[in-house]
Design a binder for this molecule. Structure first.
Ligand code: NAD
Ligand code: ZN
Ligand code: ZN
Length: 343
């Protein structure tokens, strides 16, 4: 392994990433070094690069948190993995392991979590460091590029759909059919829901149709909510908002049936109004949902292993990372863009 590696770094917010040679990190106790073969490009990375949120990462920083590849080196005390193992790295680089949330299967809300590609260097590089207990194995026959998006987009939407508490046969709306949403449509179908997909872009709506959504609606249509209420006989049992736009959150609440739950995955740094009377009278629930636990990830990967979910990907050479981010900014990526780092 060479002393330096190729990486894309945020050096200034809103600027193109700098592709540089930087020192290859060495795994500390309980860590592994992972040789990245492919990494997905999540809209969260774009928020980080553009400095969209009030909370900004410390820069320079290597973004990326949907990385898959091989274990390349083990830190002291690591016995659960060996060099050459196929693994993926996700948003939870590590959590404290001791708090009430870690101890109750809710490690994704651990207040001491360290996030890959945000609080520590991420996967837009030849190598990344991760805690050995937080990487997840990838099945022998799984394609790296197709598996990468499961480590954030797949996990997050699978977990979000579970948290709608909708039952098989019931209606679930997916608002936003991007990297997250196109997987949400597939998980929702695999989980037995009837799926309504909404997006403002015709290309994304067309993808949702190809993926088997039962009903596809233009989110910008003023009649969208009324139409959904009519088609579902009173509204959806669950809604999953994956769009990075505040408008989609009001719509997510609007499409709910009495007693329904709207799960929020998208992360625009904004607010949306809630009419208290209607909310109370209809017994609605709104719930924030951040990625998922390692066990949720195992479950999300199992759907892929069974052939029930398959990411739609656009594979690009790593060197084109800035063009890819631009296309994501403009809403032009179909499914998930994945950067190839295999050479
Ligand atoms: P993406 O850019 O791939 O997809 C976003 C989609 O939303 C696009 O298809 C776009 O056309 C659509 N859209 C935009 N405005 C819309 C509107 N008003 N109504 C309906 N659709 C609309 O992004 P992504 O990678 O899927 O990420 C989406 C959001 O989820 C981002 O804010 C990201 O930070 C967040 N995210 C959250 C978590 C979590 O754990 N909660 C995890 C990953 C990503
Ligand atoms: Zn992500
Ligand atoms: Zn914790």
């Amino acid at each position: 392994m060479s002393k330096t590696m190729k990486a894309a770094l945020i050096r200034a917010f809103g600027e193109p990433l700098a592709i540089d040679e930087v020192p290859t990190p060495e795994p500390g106790a309980s860590q592994v070094l992972v040789r990245i073969v492919a990494t997905g490009v999540c809209h969260t990375d774009l928020h980080a690069v553009d400095g969209d949120w009030a909370i900004k990462p410390e820069i320079p920083l290597i973004p990326g948190h949907e990385g898959v590849g091989y274990v390349a080196a083990l830190g002291a005390g690591v016995t659960s993995l060996k060099e050459g193992d196929r693994v993926g790295v996700f948003w939870l680089n590590r959590t404290c392991g001791h708090c009430e949330f870690c101890l109750s299967g809710r490690e994704m809300i651990c207040p001491k979590q360290i996030n890959t590609g945000f609080a520590t260097n991420g996967t837009y590089a030849d190598y990344v460091l991760a805690d050995a207990n937080y990487v997840r194995p990838i099945p022998e026959d799984a394609d790296f590029a197709e598996t990468a998006p499961i480590f954030c987009a797949g996990l997050t939407t699978y977990k979000g759909l579970k948290q709608t508490e909708a039952l098989p046969g019931q209606w679930v709306a997916v608002l936003g059919v991007g990297g997250l949403g196109h997987l949400a449509v597939q998980y929702a179908r695999a989980m037995g829901f009837r799926v309504i997909a909404l997006d403002i872009s015709e290309e994304k709506r067309s993808l949702a149709r190809d993926l088997g959504a039962d009903l596809v609606i233009d989110a910008a249509d003023k009649e969208a909510v009324r139409r959904i209420r009519r088609e579902t006989g009173g509204g959806c049992h669950g809604a999953l908002v994956t769009a990075p736009a505040v408008a989609a959150f009001s719509q997510g609440l609007g499409v709910l049936r009495r007693g329904g739950t709207c799960v929020m995955n998208g992360l625009p740094d904004g607010e949306f109004p809630v009419a208290v009377m209607g909310f109370v009278q209809k017994g609605l629930t709104v719930r924030g949902a951040l990625v998922g636990s390692r066990q949720d990830l195992n479950e999300a990967l199992e759907f892929v292993a069974q052939g029930k979910v398959r990411a739609t990907i656009e594979v690009e050479p790593f060197e084109r990372v800035n063009e890819v981010l631009d296309r994501l900014r403009r809403g032009e990526v179909k499914g998930r863009a994945v950067l190839n780092l295999s050479n």
